[in-house]
Write a protein that binds this ligand. Structure first.
Ligand SMILES: [Mg+2]
Length: 374
């Protein structure tokens, strides 16, 4: 199966609401959300689709770098090569775009990797689970994202989560400890029995993180995610040693080797697996498998991908048997996207679509409608 062509579609998708984390706004309702769709065509006429969702707030990758890197460097390197030789494809991509301290431009490479898995699945008439000899896929439970600095609004969103069947909440903090704890207390009062995930997105200093973790023990938080800067693995180990709250690493883990470093340094209890941040299925699947073998807990997350990327992530989380509610929050922010058969969200879980590969069908009219011109 030889790659014949590759097409890149930079998109601006309409948003229901803006999305802000401690580092700044990652999606502005007035500007639309930056997404990149990639279409890879084989010589026998089969197609596969992948997605990148960059934001300069969570890494150095932008919509512009994803598009220019694929068009100017990756496309010339992989057209004419075997689509089902993923190991060589990654070597070609990494040869063109070298690593920094971790894999270079993983979000961009994830769009290629996931498109190729989709292509291979469709060509061989297998679902992604069947390609990996995994369990039959059913559904992935979701957590409900709460990102506000107003305790009343946080409580209102927590009530909505409970009423709509979500099995967990994911609360964004990382500003000021006292104000953040008021948010957590307001949420806990509404959803005392839900899985309670709290994410500081690197927003705290070490003393504040320890102080917050001790308060979270009293409040009843289940997991405290990424309190400190991404490169501060020893700081995260210190928080673990000084509190009973399990620590999850997200921004610190971009690759399987990052997971190994975190294990060696005993820096976390949970690893957050994100498909596009880890360069696609090849990296994210291995990162999840290593973390499982090391007896770490797994949490699923995403970068607000649209239905295409979200569905791919849900396939991976099913394969990795992630039982805790995942933070796949694209649908909370996007008004629409170019996928025709959206896997429906029922009782706070994503029901995966039927079909080979990742199962999504692209709506070409909408693809054209949301394409950034010029
Ligand atoms: Mg996170």
């Amino acid at each position: 199966m030889i790659i014949k062509d590759l097409n890149v579609f930079p998109l601006s998708l309409p948003m229901k609401q803006s999305f802000r984390i401690s580092g700044g706004t990652v999606g502005d309702k007035n500007q639309g959300a930056p997404h990149v769709y990639v279409n890879i065509v084989s010589e026998d006429g089969m197609e596969g689709w992948g997605e990148a969702r960059p934001s300069h707030r969570w890494s150095y990758e932008t919509l512009e770098t994803v598009v220019s890197t694929i068009e100017n460097y990756i496309k010339p390197a992989i057209v004419g090569k075997r689509a089902d030789d993923l190991s060589s494809i990654h070597q070609f991509m990494d040869g063109e775009i070298s690593s920094g301290i971790s894999k270079g431009q993983p979000i961009c490479k994830a769009a290629i990797d996931t498109a190729l898995y989709d292509l291979i699945g469709r060509s061989s008439q297998k679902t992604l689970s069947e390609l990996w000899f995994g369990k039959s896929m059913q559904c992935t439970p979701l957590s409900y994202l709460i990102s506000t600095r107003d305790p009343n609004e946080a409580a209102e969103k927590a009530r909505y989560a409970k009423e709509n069947g979500f099995q967990g909440v994911d609360v964004k903090i990382g500003f000021q400890v006292e104000q953040d704890m008021e948010i957590l207390e307001a949420v806990k009062a509404e959803v005392p029995d839900q899985f309670f995930r709290v994410d500081a997105n690197q927003g705290y200093t070490l003393p504040d993180a320890i102080k917050a973790a001790k308060r979270m023990e009293q409040i009843g938080v289940d997991v405290f995610e990424q309190p400190l800067l991404a490169n501060d693995l020893l700081g995260h180990r210190e928080v673990r040693r000084k509190s009973f709250i399990p620590i999850a690493l997200d921004e610190s883990i971009w690759s399987p080797s990052d997971v190994l470093q975190a294990i060696r340094l005993e820096a976390c209890d949970y690893a957050v697996i994100k498909l596009t941040k880890m360069g696609g299925f090849t990296g994210a699947k291995l990162a999840g498998e290593i973390a499982k073998e090391a007896n770490l807990g797994l949490l699923g997350g995403g970068l607000t991908e649209s239905t295409l990327g979200l569905t791919s992530s849900a396939h991976l989380f099913n394969y990795l048997e992630i039982k805790l509610p995942s933070d796949l929050n694209g649908p909370f922010f996007l008004e629409d996207d170019p996928i025709r058969n959206k896997g429906s969200i029922v009782n706070g879980s994503i029901m995966l679509p039927n079909g080979y590969g990742n199962g999504c069908e692209v709506d070409f009219k909408k693809l054209e409608k949301y394409k950034i011109q010029g």
